[in-house]
Design a protein around this ligand. Structure first.
Ligand code: SF4
Length: 174
């Protein structure tokens, strides 16, 4: 999708963050993260990667009693994301792609919109252009990770009956 077209769609839908914090506070909305994003957050916060992220809970059965989970999600505390404090994201500059582009995402070449009180709000042409650029960058980053995962899967030896996590860096038995 062209950036101009995407920016036009974003302006038509409208969006202005109301700073309600619902996207960060919720305990059921998961923030999927790649190994690179975990590394970046670990470097910035000094927290261990395992303390930041956990295997994404959804998995696919592979027919021998085993299953595959793809990628990771940020660990959540009792009241949502552990990086959310006093109404602010404490890792704002290096927050994951999902957070940078919420409530939008590109899927199969189409713009998808999640529920959010900011939808329909005023967005300037400049803001829409910037957000369109972020969405396209996010999609490129996701496609690169998907390609790495495909390469890992092409040669992976998955032990029978095990639940494993596959990301662009390899296979981990859980
Ligand atoms: S990383 Fe920041 S923006 Fe993303 S869910 Fe956590 S507090 Fe919110």
């Amino acid at each position: 999708m062209e950036r101009n077209d995407l920016a036009r769609q974003l302006r038509d839908i409208g969006f202005s963050c109301t700073r309600c914090g619902e996207c960060c506070n919720g305990t059921d909305n998961l923030v999927m993260v790649s190994p690179e994003e975990i590394e970046q957050l670990a470097g910035e916060t000094g927290r261990a990667a395992d303390a930041l992220a956990e295997p994404y809970p959804e998995c696919i059965g592979i027919g021998d009693g085993g299953s595959i989970t793809f990628e990771w999600s940020l660990r959540k505390g009792e009241s949502g994301c552990s990086f959310f404090s006093e109404g602010l994201c404490t890792v704002y500059a290096s927050r994951p792609w999902i957070c940078r582009t919420y409530p939008f995402m590109l899927e199969s070449g189409r713009l998808q919109v999640s529920a959010c009180p900011g939808i329909g709000g005023d967005i300037s042409a400049h803001e829409a252009w910037e957000l369109a650029g972020l969405l396209l960058e996010r999609r490129r980053a996701e496609q690169q990770e998907e390609e790495r995962v495909r390469r890992v899967l092409a040669t992976a030896r998955i032990p029978p009956g095990c639940r494993v996590l596959v990301d662009g860096r390899g296979v981990k038995v859980l």
